[in-house]
Design a protein around this ligand. Structure first.
Ligand code: SF4
Ligand code: SF4
Length: 501
């Protein structure tokens, strides 16, 4: 924390709430959230491998592509990175840690977000190219691959490289948790200065309580869990946390801290994004925020009729009918090439219009300063998209689960499956919410970009820096409006299966 910055005291600390706070900090607290998700993941894998291979009748496809995606974005915006907190893929972590001993650090070259950005691109492209959403078997294999990759990387390396550098789901959650209303911090930074063990990051593995000399009258008293507690897996140091990026909300830091000094504080959702230096000035971290907003548009574009017209045109022009290749080109241009070109172009133009092209307004500085302003518009696009699939398919899980039970001889809820259950609301009704989400995200991005421009260039020059970003956000908004005004495929619902089969 810089010296000039006043100490921020959040109005609420979730770890001090009655019952919830105790549960969150309990030694097995995370397990309480992970076990249900582990059971669900195993159920999805089992049904994906053995159940009916029909998207709208299988737990794997309905659970993964309708419910998980809809709920994850809702949780990120309302509370925080609840999925990573309950992630079942990290359950074998403790086991892997025991087997692995000390382990090595992840290779330096790979300690960045490029692998995760590549993974996001790959999974979004594969999702379309292989019709993953329609294949319970493929979906089950993807879940298995996640478990294997998380376990293997945890076994081989000392930190949590899967969560921090590899996992595409984690990268998505990290990026949009920068807009979440809760963040890890410390109650009293002075306690951290005199803290000897720094257990929040080091962990407290000692079989015996560590002997720590503290000032007389220290309150609350030092608590060491003699059984040992893991420190932060993604190597965040609680008193220096300024961002939710890389925080899996595992709360190991809170359990490990012997001074009970870690908090999960309430904050304004825009606080992190508008403060300077919340995120490092790295191309990879900031490009993740930019690219995800564009990926939101491209991902939704893959599900509306104009994509088929474009595929036909491209097939004629390139003389190939290989849909996977044509989709690869569309996804590469829309998800990686365009965001790189346009966001770097906007940074260059901002510097040109303000007449400031040297440090601290070099190309990377400007790119990094404005990258957080892509988060709200990106979140709005993803929420409008995933929210749509969730709303039109949320109740599908009831007949699908009922059918699963019947297939396995359980007649607890009768023998008549009500396949009519599906939508929570009509698609037309949700259109109003989509408009609110898109315009709300767009306006917040404008507000952020404007504040960043004033902060970086001063009120007199801010307009010149703001203009390129305002135009870029308008283009994203118009593209999203165009896509969401098209009829979207109701994937994972009986309606689309009826068309396909
Ligand atoms: S958060 Fe706790 S363990 Fe970490 S440095 Fe501060 S007092 Fe020490
Ligand atoms: S241990 Fe690290 S990842 Fe877990 S909640 Fe604390 S800061 Fe976040």
């Amino acid at each position: 924390m810089s010296r000039a910055e006043p100490l921020y005291r959040p109005p609420l600390d979730a770890l001090r709430l009655p019952i919830i706070g105790r549960l969150l900090k309990a030694r097995r607290g995370r397990l309480f959230f992970q076990m249900p998700l582990l059971l669900i993941a195993l159920l999805l894998i089992y049904d994906g491998f053995t159940g009916e291979q029909l998207a709208s009748r299988n737990l794997a496809t309905v659970g993964a592509w309708v419910h998980y995606r809809g709920l994850v974005i809702l949780a990120l915006l309302l509370a925080g990175n609840l999925f990573c907190m309950s992630c079942p893929f990290t359950l074998p972590r403790t086991l892997a840690k025991r087997w692995a001993g000390k382990g090595k650090r992840f290779p330096r070259l790979l300690r960045n977000k490029w692998l995760a950005i590549g993974g996001l691109f790959l999974i979004f492209w594969l999702y379309e190219a292989t019709d993953m959403w329609a294949s319970p078997l493929l979906t089950a294999w993807v879940i298995v691959a996640y478990f294997v990759a998380a376990f293997a990387l945890e076994l081989l390396f000392s930190e949590s490289p899967f969560c921090k550098y590899v996992c595409p789901l984690g990268a998505f959650n990290f990026a949009y948790s920068t807009l979440s209303p809760l963040q890890i911090g410390v109650r009293d930074p002075k306690t951290c200065q005199s803290c000897v063990g720094k257990e929040c990051i080091n962990g407290s593995y000692s079989a015996q309580p560590v002997i720590v000399v503290e000032p007389i009258g220290e309150k609350p008293p030092i608590r060491h869990d003699a059984r040992g507690v893991l420190g932060c897996g993604t190597l965040l140091y609680a008193p220096q946390v300024k961002s939710n990026m890389d925080c899996t909300l595992c709360l190991d830091c809170a359990r490990a801290c012997p001074h009970d000094n870690v908090i999960l504080g309430l904050r304004s959702p825009l606080r992190e994004l508008q403060r300077p230096h919340s995120l490092p000035k790295r191309w990879d971290v900031n490009f993740l925020l930019v690219a995800l907003a564009f990926m939101g548009v491209v991902n939704a574009f893959g599900m509306v009729p104009p994509v088929y017209a474009l595929l036909r045109e491209m097939a004629l022009a390139l003389g190939t009918g290989a849909e996977w290749l044509l989709l690869l080109i569309i996804f590469f241009i829309g998800s990686l090439a365009l965001p790189a070109l346009l966001s770097i172009g906007a940074a260059w133009l901002a510097n040109l219009l303000t007449g400031r092209q040297r440090r601290p307004h070099g190309l990377r500085d400007t790119f990094a300063a404005f990258a957080p302003s892509f988060v709200p518009i990106g979140a709005g696009i993803w929420a409008a998209h995933y929210g749509f699939h969730f709303i039109v398919g949320a109740l599908t899980i009831v007949p699908v689960f009922h059918n699963f039970l019947l297939d396995h001889g359980v007649t607890l809820f009768g023998t008549q499956v009500n396949w009519q259950l599906g939508a929570l609301a009509e698609a037309d009704q949700f259109a109003v919410v989509q408009v609110i989400l898109l315009i709300g995200g767009y306006l917040l991005s404008l507000i952020l970009a404007r504040r960043i421009a004033v902060r970086e260039y001063g009120p007199a020059r801010a307009q010149g820096a703001f203009l390129p970003y305002a135009l870029l956000f308008l283009a994203l908004l118009l593209a999203a409006f165009f896509i969401f005004s098209q009829p979207m495929e109701m994937r994972g619902t009986a309606e689309l299966d009826g068309l396909l089969h």
